[in-house]
Design a protein around this ligand. Structure first.
Ligand code: V0D
Length: 240
């Protein structure tokens, strides 16, 4: 069956890869690529909002990224601050609601305070939810969900037999998005074709789309092309 156009596209997740390579190609320091990548977050957010996408989840920083050089980590931790300093007026004008998920208590206090303030400022907006995965790792998310449910069993709040897939999903960091908690489409830029510990549970039935373009070069037309690709594929959830 071709051209199944009524396939829903509510939640798009993106692994924004290739910022360092974008910079290297231009003989610029890696952080110049991160800065350009940040500019592109603004552009793709506005495009996704105008395309009617409900949730856009962006992999901004993984729990493994702490292993990068200190200078680079310090620069990255300033980007959420720079992002909101520069683009909050645009986000408000576009009615975008910000969310941040991850192991947030490990972030530098200023980064944490800024993201909390942005969530608060945009909480009544009704357009796209711009969901940053920040200090996020999916195996760790699954383990901490298991611990949380185990605690509820131990305290007698639930029985182990009450735990099913729906309850598990609801207790993941994406649980707050209800019917949109699982991405319909995962995009990864820059040619790598791996999940890299991103949303392992939530991507069980998602379509995957890959492009060789580096994240700073990924534009609205690329997003539209990947959505077209997605709309013209069939998703069967294991049924025929
Ligand atoms: C660098 C490409 C926006 C990926 C995009 C802390 C590599 C640019 C944010 C951001 C990063 C995160 C949270 C928030 C607001 C903005 C961001 C990081 C890296 C890691 F609430 N871009 N961006 N965060 N890059």
């Amino acid at each position: 069956m071709a051209n199944n156009t009524d396939k829903p596209l509510n939640h798009v997740a993106i692994i924004m890869d290739g910022n360092g390579r974008w910079a290297k190609k231009r003989f610029l320091p890696r952080v110049a690529g991160h800065k350009q990548g940040m500019e592109n977050v603004r552009n793709i957010t506005i495009s996704a909002n105008r395309l009617g996408i409900k949730v856009l989840t962006l992999y901004a920083f993984s729990t493994e990224n702490w292993g990068r050089p200190t200078e680079e980590v310090n620069y990255l931790m300033r980007l959420p601050i720079d992002f909101f300093d520069k683009f909050m007026p645009d986000l408000m004008a576009e009615n975008v609601k910000v969310n941040v998920m991850g192991f947030l208590d490990e972030l530098p206090p200023k980064t944490l305070a800024t993201t909390k303030r942005a969530i608060e400022t945009t909480k009544h907006n009704t357009g796209l939810v711009l969901n940053f995965a920040l200090n996020y790792g999916s195996r760790r998310e699954i383990v901490s969900t298991a611990q949380k449910l185990a605690d509820e069993v131990a305290s007698g709040k639930i029985q182990s037999s009450d735990i099913d897939e729906a309850m598990f999903s609801k207790n993941l960091m994406t649980g707050m998005f209800d019917e949109y908690q699982d991405p319909d489409l995962l995009i990864r830029t820059s040619g790598e074709q791996r999940i890299s510990n991103f949303l392992l549970w939530q991507l069980a039935y998602s379509e995957m789309a890959f492009t060789d373009k580096y994240w700073p070069d990924f534009n609205e037309q690329d997003l539209k092309d990947m959505i077209d690709q997605y709309q013209n594929r069939d998703r069967r959830f294991g049924k025929i």
